[in-house]
Design a protein around this ligand. Sequence first.
Ligand code: SAM
Length: 291
Amino acid sequence: MNSNTVLIGATVCSSLAIGYMLGKLHGSRRYADDYIQRPGRKHKKTEGLRTFLGYVAKYSSPEHPTVTELRRVICEKLEEFSPKTTEADQTSFITQLAKAIGAKKVLEVGTFAGTTSLSIALVLPEDGQMVTIDFKEDWVSTGRPIWEKAGVTHKIRSIIKDAARALDELIANGETGTFDMVYIDADKWNYPVYYDKCMELVRQGGIILLDDTLWEGYVCDPNINKDGKTSEVEPLDYQRDSIELYKFHFQSIYKRIAVHMHELNKKIVKDARVVVNILPVGSGLTIVTKL
Ligand SMILES: C[S@@+](CC[C@H](N)C(=O)[O-])C[C@H]1O[C@@H](n2cnc3c(N)ncnc32)[C@H](O)[C@@H]1O
């Protein structure tokens, strides 16, 4: 990374961090409570945080109009699931990072309707490639007409498959070490598996981003994390918890996911192959550079 990239990254991150923390202080406990008690993400913010993020949006470069259009289509067609979409501040940060490092080949684990894929594809060079994996064709297909309209379909390789299998196939296909950047944003249960496989796929000096690693701040909850030691809670169970998660019944599982994310954060910070920062962007965004 050159010094410009570092400077841009540091500026964006510190502004978002200050904003997030102000929002947290302002909303304090209510912010987290809103998140677990209400059905959709649009309800999770306190007034203080909303005002602050409004300011951040106003004085940050606007996203590409086709990305905004896709967000509107998602709200209309996939209303119930629209909170899955990566939020604008995070998408634009990731996209700026891809542009700043001059990424040519980017991988996303968890496409949903392709908001981030579209946004990144727009800044990739003509011969760049956005590889994006999801096992739910009906969600991905919601975004395809907008990819087409934006003129980036030729840059997007959409893989409809279970993510672990798809990553194994990329490795078997000889694509090890060929990705400049990876964004992991699928089922939380498999993050450690995705992290290990993506470490193979990303090139030396490349970046891995992982979403939700602060789990709305709950990783710091003393009931979950006592002096860095994970407290005892029932482990995640894919069959049971994925149904709850898809219904947005966060109350029943937020604690188990927070513990899981805390364990993941402990794993990554001990990984001698990387440097890592957790940014208080969105629900927590980990940025890892492969040494
Ligand atoms: C939070 S959404 C991704 C949002 C997307 N990155 C964006 O920019 O809007 C998570 C996605 O991961 C997908 N997913 C979950 N588990 C998966 C798995 N085992 N294999 C493939 N995709 C999976 C879901 O279908 C869902 O679309």
